[in-house]
Each structure stands twice: as structure tokens, then as C-alpha cells.
Design a protein around this ligand. Structure first.
Ligand code: PMP
Length: 354
């Protein structure tokens, strides 16, 4: 630490992203898609677009906002785009909860929520999950605090029902409810239609998982226009050009290609169900994940040891050294054949110990 860092930030504990590697491995540790992006993405990244990189990107992001609005049947003034959905979450937590505001979230959830709360001076309540890792919707009814919930939740993969989400949103009319739907494409139970009905709901989404564009860094939030105006006020006070021109073009092309992505998403869901069942046959406990990852634990080997054994075989999975989940692995659903390599590797590791 230098002498110059403000006292305000000295105690920050930063978010720790999953490892990115350059060597050839089966990479099941950061919930990326195993598929390339839609071919339409390559088509729009033309030389003509590259030649115009001398100009700033559009700070209003009109092209991308319009494409997202069309896809979700809302008006463009209901869409806010960010550099990844992390950017949208950061603006929202800073703007609606920052400097002494109150926020609550599930105790086991996306690791960035407590980090944002910390950096923006938000009083955060982390609400324990049920023993089976499900979220108890009752804990959030009439909470009288802002709320952020990942649905499906990460790293558990479990989803709240549409009805529970609506009960949470409708019972907290004076607070913002952020539903982080980073993984909702794999769950098919979005609450997006509720944004027209409830002025206190912000739904965030990302291109990083279902749309095979984690490296592009684009995410968005949908809410009523007053919320979006606030988010834009913050953005224009901080980083007006938050998305670059290439990302705008690529994301706008991707969001329109439903045919391509529907097929890829259903392949991932089919592989998830198959591998979850295979792991259960090997004696694993798996949550009923509605996401693009599996959350699994075995009594036959500790999660930390299994992660280490898999790494020796060039398979990366995510292990969290955190109370209550330190005997679970989060395994991204990758390509079907890579997942069979994983199942064979796990079978072999368990047999070696039998
Ligand atoms: N929400 C959740 C629950 C996530 O797991 C992630 C990915 N780490 C994000 C948001 C942020 O994703 P991105 O910034 O790539 O859109």
C-alpha cells in the first residue's frame, strides 16, 4: 500500500475474480459460455467501424439501448447499459444506497455485493439462506431496506419463483429492489415484465453468460424511466463513455440473434441436467441449479481436494474457501464433451480413493 491511498479505502477487501489462464485447460471456473458468440457479431466488427475509432463512442448508447429495448418490449428510456452488469450494479448501489444508505442481500450470493457496499459506504445486512441454500422470500417482505438478490442465485444456482419476486417487490414500495438476472437465460422465469408495474424494480442482465461475450464487457439494467434517468445522471458524472464503440456494435448484433442463442442456451441447460444427474449417481449432492453452473458436494472427497485433483488433470472449477459452502464446488456447464471428460476424471479420482 502506498502512503497516498485515502483512509477511506485502506480497509477495502477487493472482489476476487476466477482465474484466467493462457494454457489449454478445460475451464469451468468462471461461468463463461463454451460457445463462440453469434456469427452476426463478427459481421458487424467491420473495417469501417474500426476506422471510426478515432471518434468517441456514443455516450447515450442509442444503438445498443434501442436493440435491448426491442428485445424486452420496453421503451429505450427504460434501458441503462454498463461496462458489464458489474458497472450497472455499481452505479445502482452507489446511487440508491451509497453514503449511509441501507441494503440487504442473501448471505451467500454474488461476492461483489459486499465489496460495493463497502466502497460506497452502504450499511449492508447479509441475510442467511435456508439450510438447503434456498432464499426464504419471507425474510425480504416489507424489509424497509434496499434489496439486491441474484436470481438465480450464485453460487447456489437456486431460483426464486416469479410470485416470490413479485411479493418482495410489491411489499417494499419505498425501497429499490435490484434483481440481478445474470443467469436468468438458463432459468426461463424472469421478472422483467414487472418493471412496467413497479417503479421500485431494477432488473440487471449481462451479455457475459448466455450471450458468450464475457470479454466484451456489456451488461444492462431495465427499470422505469425515472430510475434510468438517475443512473444516467451518475454515469454522466463519472464516466460518460462507459462502453466502447466495438462493444456497442457487437452487443447490439448479438441481442437480436435469438435463433442462435436460444439453441446454445438449451444445449447448456440439457448438459446441466445430464451432468447433475451423473454427479448424483456418483453420490454428490447437487442443488437444483437453474443456472449455467452446477453446485456440488461429496462426502467421499472434500471440495478443496477434488478441485486440486481436477487441476492436476487440467480441469479448472471454482472452490470458495468460505463458511457454509467450503465443501462445495461451483462447476460451470461447459461443452458437452468437456463435461464428460470432467465426469470421467471425477469417477477416476473417487475410484483411486476407494
Ligand atoms: N451478477 C452475478 C450474480 C454474477 O455472477 C456476475 C459475474 N461474475 C455478474 C453479476 C457480473 O457479470 P458481468 O459484469 O460480466 O456482466
Amino acid at each position: 500500500m502506498s502512503r497516498f491511498l485515502s483512509d477511506n479505502y485502506k480497509s477495502l477487501v477487493p472482489y476476487v475474480p476466477g482465474e484466467q489462464v493462457n494454457v489449454k485447460v478445460i475451464k469451468l471456473n468462471t461461468n463463461e459460455s463454451p460457445f463462440p458468440p453469434s456469427p452476426k457479431v463478427k459481421e458487424v466488427l467491420s473495417e469501417e467501424v474500426i476506422d471510426k475509432l478515432n471518434l468517441y463512442s456514443d455516450p447515450e448508447l442509442k444503438e445498443l439501448t434501442a436493440a435491448i429495448a426491442k428485445q424486452f418490449d420496453v421503451t429505450p428510456d427504460m434501458v441503462f447499459c454498463g461496462n458489464g452488469s458489474d458497472d450497472v450494479l455499481a452505479f445502482a448501489i452507489m446511487g440508491f444506497c451509497g453514503r449511509g444508505g441501507k441494503l440487504c442481500c442473501p448471505e451467500i450470493s454474488y461476492g461483489f455485493y459486499p465489496v460495493y457496499a463497502d466502497i460506497f459506504g452502504v450499511e449492508l445486512e447479509q441475510i442467511p439462506l435456508n439450510d438447503d441454500f434456498s432464499i426464504n422470500a419471507e425474510d425480504y417482505i416489507g424489509k424497509n431496506k434496499n434489496i439486491v438478490i441474484a436470481n438465480p442465485n450464485a453460487p447456489t444456482g437456486l431460483a426464486l419463483s416469479f410470485d416470490d419476486v413479485e411479493r418482495i417487490v410489491s411489499s417494499n414500495p419505498d425501497n429499490l429492489v435490484i434483481m440481478d438476472e445474470a443467469y436468468m437465460a438458463f432459468c426461463y422465469d424472469s421478472c422483467m415484465e414487472l418493471v412496467k408495474k413497479y417503479p421500485n424494480l431494477l432488473v440487471t442482465r449481462t451479455f457475459s453468460k448466455s450471450h458468450s461475450l464475457a470479454g466484451l464487457r456489456v451488461g444492462f439494467g431495465i427499470a422505469q424511466k425515472e430510475i434510468i434517468e438517475d443512473l444516467n445522471k451518475l454515469k454522466f458524472s463519472f464516466n460518460p463513455y462507459n462502453i466502447n464503440t466495438l462493444s456497442v456494435k457487437a452487443a447490439a448484433a448479438a441481442i437480436a440473434d435469438n435463433e442462435y442463442y436460444d439453441d446454445k442456451i438449451s444445449q447448456i441447460v440439457a448438459t446441466r441436467e445430464k451432468v447433475q444427474n451423473q454427479l448424483r449417481e456418483l453420490g454428490f449432492r447437487c442443488t437444483d441449479s437453474k443456472s449455467n453452473f452446477i453446485f456440488a458436494s461429496s462426502d467421499r472427497i472434500s471440495a478443496a481436494e477434488l478441485a486440486a485433483e481436477l487441476r492436476k488433470r487440467n480441469i479448472l472449477v471454482r472452490y470458495f474457501n468460505k463458511a457454509k459452502i467450503d465443501n462445495y464446488l461451483r462447476i460451470t456447464v461447459g461443452a458437452a464433451d468437456d463435461m464428460q471428460t470432467l465426469v470421467s476424471a471425477i469417477t477416476e479420482i473417487l475410484e483411486e480413493r476407494a
